[in-house]
Design a binder for this molecule. Structure first.
Ligand SMILES: Cc1cc2nc3c(=O)[nH]c(=O)nc-3n(C[C@H](O)[C@H](O)[C@H](O)COP(=O)(O)OP(=O)(O)OC[C@H]3O[C@@H](n4cnc5c(N)ncnc54)[C@H](O)[C@@H]3O)c2cc1C
Length: 477
């Protein structure tokens, strides 16, 4: 494929002058290593995932981005779009140097169209700010991830972010109705609009969603808003083993006819680690697995009816206990251990790999013991937690203190490949939310047929013939 053969040019002082002319001198960072450091990584750990940009540019409009892309194509300079940098796949990291295009200044909520229940925002809006802006109108944006207070909506669209509520509300793509996009070659196009139905030509809006900053740069996003539930309740349910915990999830939906807004899963190791981290005792001494379930509803009575039914189903299914939180304070307290799970593991070792695998719900009881087997075989710690409702599990692979860094670096790629193959063998895939980026690019063939990879490369080439936009991502090089 021709586009992998491009030789890129360096950013020269002359190019910097042209960039300053486009966005204004204060919005270009060049030759200042300290200020550029922040743009050299996302939330993926490991020095091998850090790459310095040659220049950082902070445009303020689609027109400016269009000029930057035309310049980059003329001069053959790679451009990496960046949101808040909270990504977990290296997507916003400029692996080949070049121009780092930060959309941080494009952070305006342009319109809340209450009559159509749609919002139009710029990509640099912090996702939670959308909810803050619409809550007094009885609306909410339902596609948000758990990093909602730090990530940008543009990054969510690029990663097709999901999260704890995907079981009921789906992921970002369900809410993206329209996009303004600067194509890699610099043209500005409008896709979709305030239309719930649209079958006019290919669905390019949803090709863009999840394209990881490789097919275009979003400059406006039209989002569908939902009526805001008024009541919530949370259940914390310890089980003796994984199979009983997972078995209850489909019973809640089929026997109980209830779709919870969240079903979070934690294995034994996760429960032990997070409760130790927050300095509390786990809610039961014999936990083999634990579920955290949330229901939301349009009245307190409906929420109570739903959580009462779930309590009964869990107890019938052998739950060790059920704890209910139905006030804002209790709900916050009960979510807290799950919300700090990633942090609790992050402090344990600087050598770790945060994975977000997907397996069909019913295969989780087969998946977890296999992970335990692999962790023994490779002598690593491998806790597993995540969004059980949709089969999206976060597996944190962590080095043990007795393993040397050299040994870790040799074993990790082999172990990751085995874990990815396991997920695929069980009908799942290698990433449900965080994306492929640079971190997982070499493993794409584990999950996708060579023909599909070739088709996707041709799509990329038709948008970006010179492979200028975010090269080194998604596809193995
Ligand atoms: C503690 C924590 C919890 C998390 N929880 C979740 C979760 O529950 N669910 C989930 O899905 N993710 C989660 N993430 C990962 C991350 O927050 C998401 O991937 C998020 O969508 C990234 O947004 P961002 O603005 O930080 O994007 P960045 O990391 O800056 O960029 C991500 C990708 O988007 C591209 N991009 C950014 N802006 C644009 C644009 N305007 N146009 C085109 N491409 C663009 C970049 O090039 C890059 O490829 C979590 C991360 C952390 C640290």
């Amino acid at each position: 494929m021709a586009n992998t053969d491009i030789t890129y040019a360096r950013v020269t002082p002359e190019i910097v002058k042209q960039l300053e002319a486009i966005v204004g001198e204060p919005h270009v960072v060049f030759g200042d290593t300290e200020r550029m450091q922040d743009y050299s990584h996302d939330e993926v750990t490991g020095a091998e995932h850090v790459h310095m940009p040659e220049v950082v540019v902070k445009p303020n409009s689609a027109a400016e981005i269009s000029e930057i892309m035309k310049l980059a194509n003329r001069e053959r300079i790679p451009v990496t779009p960046r949101g808040a940098g909270s990504g977990l796949s290296g997507g916003a990291v400029p692996v080949l140097g070049g121009i780092l295009l930060s959309i941080e200044r494009m952070n305006r909520i342009l319109e809340i169209d209450r009559a159509n229940m749609m919002g139009t925002v710029e990509p640099g809006v912090v996702t939670n700010a959308i909810n803050d802006a619409v809550q007094d109108d009885g609306l909410f944006y339902a596609g948000y991830p758990m990093s909602v207070e730090m990530c940008f909506i543009g990054g969510n669209v690029a990663e097709n972010a999901g999260g704890g509520r995907a079981i009921k509300y789906g992921v970002t793509s369900r809410y993206v109705m329209g996009l303004e996009v600067v194509l890699p070659t610099g043209e500005i196009v409008q896709m979709g609009g305030k239309r719930v139905k649209d079958v006019t030509g290919y669905d390019l809006v949803h090709l863009m969603v999840g394209s990881e900053g490789t097919l275009g740069i979003f400059t406006k996003i039209i989002l569908r808003l939902m009526p805001q539930p008024v009541a919530r309740a949370v259940l914390l349910v310890p089980f003796a083993d994984v199979a009983s915990a997972i078995g209850v999830v489909s019973r809640i939906m089929t026997q109980g006819r209830i779709i919870p807004s969240s079903v979070e899963f934690m294995d034994r190791l996760t429960v032990e680690t997070i409760y130790a981290y927050v300095g509390e005792t786990p809610p039961h001494p014999n936990i083999g697995a634990m579920l955290l379930l949330e229901v939301d509803a349009f009245s307190p009575a409906q929420a109570e009816a739903e959580y009462t039914a779930i309590v009964n189903i869990c107890l019938e299914a052998g739950a060790l206990d059920v704890f209910v939180g139905d006030t804002p304070a209790k709900i916050k307290k009960m979510w807290h251990p799950r919300q700090i799970a990633a942090e609790a593991f992050k402090v344990q070792s600087e050598y770790q790999s945060a994975e977000d695998l997907v397996v069909p719900l019913a295969q989780i009881p087969e998946f977890v013991p296999e992970l335990e087997r692999l962790s023994r075989e490779y002598n690593v710690v491998m806790p597993c937690f995540g969004h059980a409702g949709d089969g999206n599990l976060h597996v944190h692979v962590m080095k043990k203190p007795e393993t040397s860094v050299d040994e870790w670096q040799v074993l990790l790629p082999h172990l990751l490949e085995e874990v990815y193959r396991l997920a695929v063998r069980l009908g799942g895939t290698i990433s449900g939310e965080h994306g492929i980026g640079s971190k997982r690019a070499q493993y794409l063939p584990v999950a996708l047929d060579p023909t599909l990879i070739a088709v996707q490369k041709r799509i990329k080439q038709s948008f970006d013939p010179l492979n200028i936009l975010n090269p080194g991502k998604i596809f193995p090089t």
